[in-house]
Design a protein around this ligand. Sequence first.
Ligand code: APR
Length: 314
Amino acid sequence: MARSKVTVVGAGNVGATCAHWIASREIADVVLIDILDGVAKGKALDLAEAAPVMKFDLKMTGGSDYALTANSDVVVITAGVPRKKDPVTGQFPSRDDLVRTNQKIVGDVAREVAKYSPNAILIIVSNPLDAMCHVALHETGFPANRVIGQAGALDTARYKAFLAEALNVSVRDIHGIVLGGHGDEMVPLPRHTSVAGIPVRELLPEDKLQAIIERTRKGGGEIVGLVGVSAWYAPAAGTVEMVEAIIRDQKRVIPSAVLLSGQYGYDGLFVGVPVVLGKDGVEKIIEMELNDEEKAMLEKSANAVKSVVGVLGY
Ligand code: APR
């Protein structure tokens, strides 16, 4: 059987870490693409040189030429510019300007990717995530099951890490899920959180649980505050979990940003909900029963997506 091939576009912090973990788990051959040819080539070469020691046996290539990416099974898009101060004016760009800048980058990337890999499954990581999913869908014309946003995988990972720490138990025994978008629009579901099946509320006082939910909501900002730039290990881990589920046809249930067509009462909008990921990408959208409070949180999240999508002008 031919080996699978995964392209990662954007060889920055998140992209390079994705390449590293895809290689170290021997999920697929990896092509690293960046507008900076030498950076992508160099990081792929560096990883290939680590292979004899780390014992991963697959092909690592890189550069800026999309011909390298031909016939990829999965393409991860992390290309974009972060929100940072203009060195001359000292001003942050407006949200809308940033959306338009990344719309152009993700749009250009998506078109190139689709040209060389018309059957690929796209995993979008570039922010603002849900809006960039709309851009990728629009620019490629791919069916909705092949355009998936990474958001819930990361937020759920952070939530579980904080719970395991507070309870002093293995992260493996924490089960839970976070829906919606990042930040204030996140929809954590404590009713559906358990420790090896035991409802979390039996083990953790409500104030501690609420503090963990708050910390999860601000998880991205906590890292920016410490490091000065946004996180990469956990975002890459969440992304690689999705890549592996697709390449190995694992039928994993992972919260992801997907285009809804009536589910949860939304139509034509990317929203973070639980889905089954396998070889066909989104194989099923799971409709959970939500109570009124949870529905209100999801609505807030969906409204935030709508307002950013409005900037795209589609
Ligand atoms: N084509 C290809 N690569 C590009 C392009 C483009 N048009 N424009 C920018 N890039 C590359 C940059 O050269 C850089 O190497 O995208 C990479 C982005 O890397 P970082 O700046 O290190 O950003 P990172 O922390 O990896 O985050 C990437 O993921 O989690 C999100 O919010 C985050 O949108 C951001 C994205």
